[in-house]
Design a protein around this ligand. Structure first.
Ligand code: DLL
Length: 432
């Protein structure tokens, strides 16, 4: 077993995990109170002091933090350690408004890399492996996080970053990469390129660690089949360090949250009320070991369910399901909630690749929904005279799934731009 499997932590009893969480939460609340005036003010406004927080059972008394708070406090307002103790920043892509900047002490980096190392080991990684990191390096957390984890596990690390597909494939083949880390959409693109170049027999991959964006079970199966690997999900966000907050084990039935570092809650996104275990709602994280960017009750906007059923792998940390969409990614079209993941499920079930774009517009005060779907080369060459029929079939399956009409436009293979990082799925012209 690889040296970064940490059974004393990963298979600890529920009581032990709660004990860690209670102790660490109390210390963390004091740390934040003493060092982060922005959050202290929020606590004071709510009439809460560190003395009110004796453990996880009191967590609900603390105020939430949201992305708006992070933007308000940009850049240093939520810093928990003196700048001289910080060694790195990472940042979100910030397509709207100000970027979010997260800070790290060396201690924070160490713990974060431990979490990523656990994810790699859970995917079967060891010092025998060659780990190709094709997440972007730089401000994005994907590259650095998995890179650090791969070092800790002792894999030979190929720091390819994202993009330059020819070079990716050359190193993958020449150096015999066995584990691939990248976004699922880039994995699908790499798989497509491998088949086109006839390299399938020269690829030695056995596992993939894919995350940073929503991907369906059908997409997992498609990637697994075309690369001949097991594909593992990994979750995280810049605000909580990056990837490795949660990761999948061989059971592939949800991601174990590293509960020795994070406390997870599920809340009603509208009222903020904490929901009972097993409910679907917004995921909220409290980081209990971070020094430089110690966020308490951070609202992720990711919609999710937690599951405490025992896992066959023996790990005891709670599992989160694949995020079912983001409360801010959810489209409201003609008053109906539409999640891109629902659309993806229908497309993949009908044999279309996961290359699609959802275009929402408003014409004469009424919303329109159009889905541009790429065909596979096989269906394309076979589609002459059948396109209308094929589009009609998709329209009716989508109607059954979404409850509303969506126009479908089938397009030729490769006509939708590929992404080397997170895929761009939604074009909402109503906001422009
Ligand atoms: O995406 C961190 C990451 C890097 C995770 C590499 C996994 C692998 P951000 O750019 O801050 O951080 O985006 C965070 O991405 O709130 C989710 O909405 C989404 N997300 C991350 N992982 C998954 C996943 C990184 N496995 C936001 N499934 C999160 C679905 C995911 N969505």
């Amino acid at each position: 077993m690889a040296k970064y499997y940490q059974p004393e932590i990963e298979t600890a009893s529920r009581e032990q995990i709660l004990q860690w969480q209670n102790d660490r939460l109390v210390a963390q609340v004091q740390h934040v109170w003493d060092n982060v005036p922005y959050y202290r003010k929020k606590m004071e406004e709510k009439g809460v002091t560190p003395a009110d927080i004796q453990g996880v059972a009191d967590l609900h008394k603390l105020p939430f933090l949201s992305k708006d708070d992070l933007r308000d406090a940009y850049p240093y307002g939520l810093l928990g350690s003196p700048l001289k103790d910080c060694v790195r920043i990472h940042s979100t892509s910030g397509t709207t408004g100000k970027r979010v900047v997260a800070f790290y002490t060396q201690h924070d980096i160490d713990l974060w890399e431990d979490c990523c190392a656990r994810a790699i080991v859970a995917a079967g990684g060891s010092e025998e492996d060659v780990c190709q990191v094709a997440y972007g390096y730089g401000l994005f957390t994907g590259g650095s996080g998995l890179h650090g984890g791969s070092h800790k596990v002792g894999c030979l690390t190929l720091p390819l970053s994202s993009g330059n597909t020819d070079r990716q494939l050359q190193f993958m083949v020449d150096l015999g990469a066995t584990i691939l880390c990248c976004t699922p959409s880039y994995a699908a693109y790499l798989a497509e390129s491998i088949h086109e170049r006839g390299l399938r027999d020269q690829v030695k991959l056995k596992a993939g660690i894919f995350g940073a964006e929503a991907w369906s079970e059908s997409m997992r199966r498609e990637i697994e089949q075309s690369l001949g690997i097991k594909a593992y999900d990994i979750y995280g966000l810049t605000e909580t360090s990056g990837p490795g907050v949660a990761y999948e084990c061989e059971a592939q039935s949800g991601m174990h949250i590293n509960e020795d570092h994070f406390i997870a809650e599920i809340i009603d996104p509208d009222t903020g009320e904490v929901l009972p275990e097993g409910s679907k709602g917004e995921l909220v994280f409290t980081s209990i070991t971070k020094q430089a960017f110690p966020l308490l009750r951070y609202r992720t906007k990711d919609i999710c369910i937690l599951n405490r059923e025992p896992c066959p792998c023996g790990r005891t940390h709670v599992k989160m399901c694949k995020p079912m969409g983001r409360s801010d990614d959810m489209l409201i079209v003609k008053g109906v909630n539409v999640f891109p993941s629902q659309i993806e499920t229908v497309l993949l079930e009908q044999g279309y690749p996961a290359n699609y774009q959802i275009i929402v517009d408003r014409v004469n005060h009424s919303d329109t929904l159009e889905i541009m779907v790429e065909m596979t080369p096989e269906t394309f060459s076979d589609s002459l005279g059948k396109i209308t029929e094929m589009e009609k079939n998709l329209v009716s399956s989508l109607k059954a799934m979404l409850g509303i009409y969506a126009k479908v436009r089938l397009v030729a293979p490769k006509s939708i731009a590929r992404s080397e990082g997170k895929a761009v799925r939604i074009i909402d012209k109503r906001k422009i």
